[in-house]
Design a protein around this ligand. Structure first.
Ligand code: ZN
Ligand code: ZN
Length: 617
């Protein structure tokens, strides 16, 4: 208390007579969408109580949960400003991202137009059906007022629009508040004619409201069916941590927009998530049930990343990229649990789940990325790959493996290691330890803190140190076949008799197989000297002018066969020798009943739930 009074007293002395009229700092936004059809919003921001001769306001260059730079300022124009008497102020653009006016502490009102036509977790999308708003892509802000309370007022475009947001409610259904800039920017908001279903979830003696808001061309019955799936996800993930996160204002909101004009995405926030998908709920099978997959991943983030939070993301800096070495854990382990949850809720049958795991394991074992970067190094690549755009080519097909996939693979390995070496324990014990020591008290973590949670969760410091040294700081690949064997599962070649040239992207639109992405080191095509841009016309005697002929050509060779490849490069016709290898992809299958031990089947059901009965398969 003393320090607050002292600071006030000093400020009054320094500011002299002006302090007598000093305004309480506040930032008030008003948004309207009269030109929604052409994707425009009119936005005003009133900055009150800022000190100093000049007032700067800016657009963000980054958004929480996205790791690349995004120049949101490019979609802002017609910027004007007035003082608290309504007198026009000269607006100077002081950088590509910031503007400046002469300050009026009693309030400077800035008005601008925003163009917004990409509805997802990073950008904003406005049209006659909705205003889907991510605030770093939408709102100008002033750094000196970052701690000031915020109000946001919307004028809906259509009468039937409702609002879904984690912002604090007021008595006016279109007015909301936030305690400060950080919370405001973390609070994406959708206005549309949506369906909202709410339910109560008890946790640790408190009752929380979970809202599922869906903007979708389907029916209310579609939404209700989806709610039943979401309830199972919430309950299953609560079991991992033992309780829900203590949501601010007692609420968590899934903000889902499944309209055809969106871009598919999912983005986590403290008390909400954005879920976008171009498919409506009634076509979810066309997208391999991606609606519930994204929901499952994002809800897990309400513990892991929103509260069990990397220290290098705090506080979030909206003026630059926010790199962290911990995405293998924050995103990768979330991917592991996002998928495992759906096996446990019954959304996936065993075969589907084995294929998902095999996908992650194949990537970790077969891709070249882990030869170049550890999981921590790969996490630091995020600013270049996470919705990043650039025109200069990269060698990512050889050097990058997504930290989602890399971390997913390590989550599988660590859970299996713990379950085999510490009977009765699992990765859940580690997540609970991390929750108790880091997440619940909201103590942002370093890698050492996660290592300690692992050590304490399993009660073995040496095990944790060894795991981090080999697999997190280092680049070793776990022995998946041995680990899966403990669960009575085989990890074997999917098709040992299939000849392959390696994974390759081809484009047949010009009557040849044009290699459209960099070839991959260690594959027959790479070793034969073929590269992106080469147009393969023949493999042996087979013409490869379309996909059907390409597939036919490959089918006629066996692993170990050598043949000639004819191709065009830089307008010249060339040829080279290539030797096929065995298709290296692995698959996971259950061991036959007569060769699997009781111990292994118990291990498996403790991990993946009881096996479905034969007629359910
Ligand atoms: Zn929408
Ligand atoms: Zn995520």
């Amino acid at each position: 208390m003393l320090s607050i009074f002292r600071r006030t007293a000093i400020a009054a002395l320094v500011m002299g007579s002006a302090s007598a009229f000093a305004q309480t700092p506040a930032v008030d936004y008003a948004l309207s969408f009269d030109n929604a059809v052409h994707h425009e919003a009119t936005i005003s921001s009133t900055f009150t109580g800022a000190k100093g001769e000049y007032l700067d306001f800016r657009m963000s260059r980054s958004s929480p949960g996205r790791y690349a730079i995004h120049e949101f300022a490019k979609n802002v124009y017609d910027v004007t400003a007035v003082d608290h008497n309504g007198k026009a102020l000269d607006v100077e653009r002081v950088s590509p991202y910031a503007w400046r006016v002469k300050n009026d502490p009693a309030g400077v009102k800035v008005t601008y137009t925003l163009f917004a036509n990409r509805a997802d977790g990073t950008y904003s999308g406005i049209d006659e059906t909705h205003a889907h708003l991510n605030f770093p892509a939408t709102l100008m802000w002033n750094e000196a007022l970052a701690d000031a309370p915020v109000s946001v007022n919307f004028t809906p475009f259509a009468k039937d629009w409702k609002v879904a947001t984690q912002l604090a409610k007021t008595s006016d259904p279109f007015s909301f508040t936030a305690p400060n800039l950080q919370y405001l920017m973390d609070s994406p908001t959708e206005l549309s004619d949506m369906d909202i279903v709410s339910w109560k979830q008890e946790s640790a003696g408190k009752s929380y409201t979970i809202n599922l808001a869906v903007h979708d061309p389907g029916t209310f019955e579609d939404v209700e069916a989806f709610v039943e799936k979401a309830k199972k996800v919430v309950a299953t993930q609560m079991d991992v941590f033992g309780e829900l996160a203590d949501f601010d204002y007692g609420e968590y909101t899934f903000i889902a927009c499944y309209m055809p004009q969106v871009n598919g995405d999912g983005m986590e926030h403290r008390n909400s998530t954005i879920l976008t998908n171009v498919l409506p709920l009634f076509e979810t099978e066309l997208g391999h049930n991606s609606h519930i997959r994204t929901l499952s991943h994002e809800f897990f983030h309400s513990w892991n990343v929103e509260r069990i939070r990397p220290a290098d993301l705090e506080p979030f800096d909206f003026t630059q990229a926010n790199p962290t070495t911990n995405l293998w854990f924050a995103e990768g382990f979330t991917s592991y649990y996002g998928e495992l949850t759906l096996k446990l809720t019954g959304e996936y049958d065993s075969k589907t789940y084995y294929d998902k795991m095999a996908g992650a394991i194949n990537a970790v074992k077969l891709r070249n990325g882990p030869k170049h970067f550890s999981p921590e190094g790969m996490s630091l690549q995020a600013p270049f790959v996470d919705a990043a755009t650039a025109i200069d080519p990269t060698n990512f097909s050889n050097t990058f493996l997504s930290y989602y996939t890399y971390g997913h693979g390590l989550g599988i390995a660590l859970d299996l290691m713990i379950r085999s070496e510490f009977p009765g324990k699992s990765l859940n014990d580690v997540m609970q330890q991390a929750w108790k020591t880091l997440g619940k008290p909201e103590k942002p973590y370093s890698a050492d803190d996660v290592q300690k949670a692992l050590a304490d969760g399993v009660g073995d410091k040496a095990f944790a140190a060894d795991f981090f040294k080999r697999y997190i700081h280092g680049q070793e690949i776990p022995d998946y076949a041995a680990l899966l064997k403990n669960a009575g599962l085989n990890l074997e070649l999917e098709s040992p008799d299939t000849a392959s040239l390696g994974p390759v992207s081809t484009d047949f639109s010009n009557g040849a197989a044009l290699i459209s992405a960099g070839t991959i080191a260690g594959t027959p095509l790479y070793d034969a000297g073929l590269e992106k841009g080469d147009a393969i016309t023949h493999i042996g005697r087979y013409n490869t002018r379309d996909k059907a002929r390409w597939d036919l050509a490959l089918k006629n060779f066996k692993p170990g066969d050598t043949t000639t490849i004819r191709f065009k490069r830089f307008d010249k016709e060339l040829e080279t020798e290539v030797t096929f290898y065995q298709k290296p992809d692995l698959e996971i299958t259950e061991m036959a009943e007569d060769e699997v031990s009781y111990k292994a089947t118990s291990f498996r059901s403790a991990w993946l739930g009881e096996a479905e009965s034969e007629d359910e398969r």
